[in-house]
Structures are given as structure tokens and as C-alpha cells.
Design a protein around this ligand. Structure first.
Ligand code: ATP
Length: 354
């Protein structure tokens, strides 16, 4: 296994910059997720690390080796793609064997590695089947076995769960994480699914327009978003724009005065996560905004409530299902309530838009 260093990595396609000055140190055995909206440069970065795309500038170091100009097959990376990319005319075992043959692994060692890799992903019994005789989840397991059989220094996964249904996604996601931790594999996992990235990673790199916005543990990035883009992309947030008007007090453009613990002189935007808010018929919190219920969506584990606040504000509140019963009497469209939240739970930003 190995550390991976991305040093001022850049990729330009003609006039458009797909990845701009990406620097990141990934430690041995760590799983880092690249997360961002479509077109933000995740796949391009991953493909530069694998060697499929040549960087316009910058360097890639794996372990002690600068691999920036090293061909794909000498980088010792194992890659798993969204569309499995199995050879349709080869059996499961042959698909796994193929990479080993390319790496010129001797037959005895090859057989051992095929057995171990298929065993790891619980596909031993299906080793003689062809890809068309497998489900999507099984095909992706074979692709994982194929990537791991070469004993890569770095494991690269590009949206590996996108083609699977919701339940299977969860299952294969957990299997990948368990395997990665057991083998201590340095891993980069590209996804546009925030829940997936939060669940699977040690750290995540949030990207937007080819630029890394924030790198940190899931908890850090979610609880302390570095900017408005991250706050808005990862989870939901209610935003209030305005300026400080007194010590720990923020005057919004709708002329609401909010109590905000961590307020700074240059704060231009205050945010609060919907799950950090409560709805009540009396003003009971540090901050209480008079709202009217616009919509109530039952989402199983929680209830999502859309509210109209003063001015043009559209606000949202998320109530855990376990607490929803208490609000039944008042939680209907048109109800007038207070949206409450604590001064502590307010996030601050010094931008107006992203
Ligand atoms: P997605 O989640 O949709 O796969 P992504 O974050 O992985 O998106 P990339 O595939 O890395 O994004 O693309 C980043 C940008 O680079 C996009 O604007 C894309 O159109 C552009 N791009 C990617 N490959 C090429 C190419 N071969 N030629 C020109 N532009 C490209």
C-alpha cells in the first residue's frame, strides 16, 4: 500500500479547465471520496491518477514514485468502473485472471490470487459463469475482485454503485468499505452521491467547477462547511443574508434579528440545517421565526416541512419520524407556527452567493 500525493494537478481540455490546481495528500490505508456535482472534475482527476489522462500540469506521486509520466499498467493501481467493464466472452474466473496475465503473474500464483479475490467478494461458486449470467451486483463484485487480484497499491473506484438499485448499493458499499479496511487499501472513491460519500469515507474532497472546495472528515465537512457551496451541496441549509447589527446579533434582509453565537464582523450569511430546527406554537428557542406551513412531505424516517417565512424566504424543517406524532395536531398546510433554532447551531459565511 502507499501514500498518494497530488501536487498542483491541472487538466485543461482546449479552452476549458476540467481540474484546476488540485493538491491533496492521501495517507496509506485511507479512503478519500471525491464528491461533487456532474462535470466538476472528479472522474478526470481519478483518470489522471490511473494514467488514462495526461495532466496539463502538476505531479502525481504514489509511494516513493513520481508516476506522472508512467504508463497505466506500471502504476500499480486497480480501477473499478461504473459500468463494470467485464469481458462478456470470458467467465468470471477468466475476467479476474486476465489482469494477472497482463501483469505476467506465474500460473500457480495466478490461480491462488483468483481464488483469494473471488473468495473476498463471495463469488467463488459463480466462477464459471459469464457476465450475462450475473446480476449487476455480482458483476460489480467481479470487477472489484479483478481490480484487487493484481494487489494494487492504490484502489480507484469511479461511481461503482451507480448502476445498482438502492438496497444493493448499500450492501456493496458496505462490502467495499469492509474489504478496504481489512486490506488497508489506499482508496479513492468518486461519487456524486453525498450520502454514499459521507458513509464510506475517512475524508472527502468536495469539488466544484474543477476546484477543490474543502477536504475533511465527513463530520467536519458537514458540521463546518467551508463555504456556501459546500453548505448547500452537502445536505440542506436555510440561509439568511444580512449583516451583524450588535454583539452576536445578525440583522437579515427581511429585518429579522437572529442570535448567532459565532458571529464575525464580516458575516454576510447565516445558515441553519433543517434538522437543527424545531416547529412550535410558542416562541421557545434562541431564534423564533413566525412561519406558515406550505407543504408537509412524509419521507419515512423523517418529515420534511416547507415553510414560508417573512418576506420571500422559503424555509425547511426536518422532523424525525419519532417526534412527528407530537406535531400532528398543528402540522398541516396553512398552520402558523414558529421555526425555532439555537444561536449555537447557526453557521456563518462571508459570501453572498456561490
Ligand atoms: P460526472 O459525475 O458527470 O461524471 P465529473 O465530475 O466526473 O462528472 P469530469 O468527467 O471529470 O466530471 O469532467 C469535468 C469537465 O471536463 C466537464 O466539463 C467535462 O465536459 C470536461 N471533459 C471531460 N473529458 C473531456 C474530454 N475528453 N474532452 C473535453 N472535455 C472533457
Amino acid at each position: 500500500m502507499a501514500n498518494v500525493s497530488l501536487i498542483n494537478l491541472k487538466k485543461q481540455f482546449g479552452a476549458s479547465i476540467a481540474v484546476s490546481d488540485f493538491s491533496l495528500e492521501i495517507t496509506d490505508g485511507e479512503l478519500v471520496a471525491f464528491l461533487g456535482p456532474s462535470g466538476c472534475g472528479k472522474t478526470t482527476t481519478l483518470r489522471m491518477i490511473a494514467g488514462f489522462i495526461e495532466p496539463t500540469a502538476g505531479r502525481i506521486v504514489i509511494g516513493d514514485n513520481d508516476v506522472t509520466n508512467t504508463p497505466v499498467h506500471r502504476r500499480n493501481t486497480g480501477m473499478v468502473f461504473q459500468r463494470y467493464a467485464l469481458f462478456p466472452h470470458m467467465t468470471v474466473a477468466h475476467n479476474v485472471s486476465f489482469g494477472l496475465e497482463m501483469h505476467k503473474i506465474a500460473p500457480v500464483e495466478r490461480d491462488k490470487r483468483i481464488r483469494e479475490a473471488l473468495d473476498m467478494v463471495r463469488m467463488t461458486e459463480l466462477k464459471d459463469r459469464y457476465p450475462r449470467q450475473l446480476s449487476g451486483g455480482q458483476q460489480q463484485r467481479v470487477a472489484i475482485a479483478r481490480a484487487l487480484a493484481i494487489e494494487p497499491k492504490v484502489f480507484l473506484l469511479d461511481e461503482p454503485l451507480s448502476n445498482l438499485d438502492a438496497k444493493l448499493r448499500l450492501e456493496v458499499r458496505e462490502e467495499i468499505r469492509t474489504l478496504q479496511q481489512r486490506l488497508g487499501l489506499t482508496t479513492i472513491f468518486v461519487t456524486h452521491d453525498q450520502e454514499e460519500a459521507l458513509a464510506i469515507s475517512d475524508r472527502m474532497a468536495i469539488m466544484h467547477d474543477g476546484i477543490v472546495q474543502q477536504v475533511g472528515s465527513p463530520q467536519t465537512v458537514y458540521e463546518h462547511p467551508a463555504n456556501l457551496f459546500v453548505a448547500d451541496f452537502l445536505g440542506k441549509m436555510n440561509f439568511f443574508s444580512g449583516s451583524p447589527c450588535a454583539d452576536s446579533q445578525f440583522l437579515t434582509q427581511e429585518e429579522l434579528t437572529l442570535n448567532v453565537t459565532k458571529l464575525k464582523p464580516d458575516t454576510t450569511m447565516v445558515g441553519v440545517r433543517p434538522e437543527r430546527t424545531v416547529l412550535s406554537s410558542l416562541p421557545e428557542a434562541d431564534n423564533n421565526i413566525a412561519v406558515t406551513v406550505q407543504n408537509v412531505s412524509y419521507l419515512g424516517a423523517h418529515i420534511h416541512v416547507t415553510l414560508k417565512g417573512p418576506g420571500v424566504q422559503r424555509l425547511t424543517c426536518q422532523i424525525p419520524n419519532t417526534q412527528a406524532g407530537r406535531n400532528d395536531a398543528v402540522l398541516h398546510v396553512g398552520a402558523s407556527l414558529y421555526l425555532g433554532f439555537s444561536a449555537e447551531d447557526c453557521a456563518i459565511f462571508n459570501e453572498r452567493s456561490h
